[in-house]
Design a protein around this ligand. Structure first.
Ligand code: NAD
Length: 459
């Protein structure tokens, strides 16, 4: 595992190694050996599956499309993670995302391991029939390693409930008479999906921010007020006052997070900017987010990107370039589009003092270090964007029981789970100057390490 994830896992292991209260039975050379074993296990995937899917295109041409399923770790349960359709998919990226899933599930006590899949295509350039064939072939080629108790995929970038329905249906055909509802999550409601799944990640992203800055800090200001920890200073400077919010990405995650911020009137957060693949819309007095979400729903997810389109909708907003969202003078920046948006070369221009990672890895390791230096709080992906996998777990449970929960019940269980994680992490974060990402990784690696030790995997 190269990447930021790999180096933070190493740092977490070093921190745990020096913590005498963690696995106290392991002493001296045995301790050293066990931590070397942990580093080896957590830095490599258990299995890498690669196939070249044979697809007959509408034109009659036969092509071979590279596809992956990478199973990182199943210590805490069956592998779990999305399938991405994107032209830049490659083995290293899928492996890193699979490792992130292992850690995310461990952090939030979701009883799954980590996996990830990918197909190297730009789905916008394929017909629905071709995509259907690609989904069927994906399940056929990997059918031996997938299943409700083995490895449970879900949607990721470029895939959604349509693809999950197709894949589940193919799994059912290949395994007649076997339970199949738990083979894929993120399905349509008609096909056994969960209410609230589509909204879960965006809702969880905003909940994480809100809980940390408002609900958690309420009542903590006594012991924190004298702290010189730069993250505590930043948090207190932003607690209990109206905040301006910018959101990059207006898809499943970004549009829902923006709507949550817009609706959360008791905090008076103002959404002043939203953006997508082609444009940033900015109004320092606030944007009409529901009207924009409505527009996007009618225009294949896109925001109005021309003066004419804006005039039709009539929100008072400036049209800016798509990258401009990153550099606005706002309090909070929610990154909900792609990886590597804030990097070494542009981090100096980012003004927000609180950054929330709705997407996976939108802040690079170098940018993360520069932001920490400035006392900017980065609420990391592993903490903030777990709503999707948490509700996927509820979907899997509902599929096993064929008993379905109401939307209210799903959100209440989602918030309970995320709040439990936050309450386990935040006291340590506010009491120690390491970045929040580091605290989350230490917590996740600690859980995995203890489980691996007790399963006898470190000898
Ligand atoms: P989506 O495809 O629904 O939306 C993506 C948004 O980003 C769109 O508004 C698109 O226009 C915009 N975008 C694309 N390229 C851009 C660019 N170069 N600059 C700015 N904006 C750009 O995807 P989503 O489901 O909302 O996921 C967003 C991110 O969150 C992805 O990285 C995904 O892996 C991650 N994520 C999603 C979930 C989930 O449950 N959907 C869960 C965890 C993590």
């Amino acid at each position: 595992m190269a990447s930021q994830t790999g180096s933070i896992v190493q740092q977490s292991l070093q921190a745990l190694m020096g913590d005498a209260a963690f696995l106290p039975n392991l002493q001296d050379q045995a301790r050293e050996q066990a931590f070397l074993s942990l580093a080896a296990i957590l830095s490599t995937p258990n299995k890498v599956h690669k196939a070249f899917l044979r697809i007959t295109l509408d034109s009659g041409n036969v092509v071979r499309i590279p596809a992956y399923r990478i199973q990182h770790n199943d210590t805490l349960g069956p592998y779990k993670g999305g399938i991405r359709f994107h032209e830049s998919v490659n083995e290293e990226e899928v492996t890193n995302l699979a490792a992130l899933m292992t850690l995310k599930n461990a952090l939030h006590e979701v009883p799954f391991g980590g996996g990830k899949g990918g197909v190297v295509i730009n789905p916008r350039t394929y017909s629905a029939k071709e995509l259907y064939l690609i989904c069927k072939k994906y399940v056929q080629y990997f059918s031996d390693v997938l299943g409700p108790d083995k490895d449970i995929p879900a949607p990721d970038m470029g895939t959604g409930e349509r693809e999950m329905d197709w894949m589940m249906s193919e799994y059912k055909s290949i395994h007649p008479g076997h339970p199949y509802l738990g083979s894929f999550t993120g399905k349509s409601i008609l096909n056994g999906g969960s209410l609230g799944r589509r909204e879960a990640t965006g809702k969880g992203v905003y909940f994480t921010f809100r809980h940390m800055l408002h609900d958690f800090l309420k009542g903590q200001s006594g012991w924190l007020s004298g702290s010189t920890n730069p993250f505590v200073r930043t948090a207190l400077a932003h607690a209990d006052r109206p905040l301006s919010v910018a959101v990059q990405g207006f898809g499943n995650v970004g549009s829902v997070a923006a709507l949550e911020a817009y609706k959360c009137t008791y905090l008076h957060n103002k959404v002043v900017a939203v953006s997508d693949r082609s444009v940033t819309l900015y109004n320092p007095d606030g944007l009409p987010v529901p009207a924009l979400a409505d527009y996007a729903a009618r225009h294949q997810g896109d925001l109005p990107a021309t003066e004419a389109a804006l005039a039709e909708l009539d929100p008072k907003a400036q049209l800016l370039g798509r990258e401009d969202v990153l550099y606005l003078d706002v309090d909070v920046l929610i990154l909900a589009a792609l990886e590597e948006q804030v990097r070494k070369d542009n981090v100096g221009r980012v003004k927000a003092r609180i950054i929330v990672e709705g997407a996976n890895a939108p802040v690079t390791g170098e940018a993360d270090a520069a932001l920490a230096e400035r006392g900017t709080i980065v609420i990391p992906d592993i903490l903030a964007n777990a709503g999707g996998v948490i509700v996927s777990y509820f979907e899997w449970l509902q599929g096993r029981e064929t008993q379905f929960f109401t939307e209210e019940h799903i959100y209440s269980m989602l918030y309970d789970k995320m709040q439990k994680t936050l309450n386990a992490i935040l006291p340590a974060f506010f009491g120690d100057p390491r970045p929040l990402r580091q605290h989350c990784y230490i917590h996740a690696v600690m859980k995995l390490s203890a489980a691996l030790y007790r399963q006898g995997k470190l000898y």
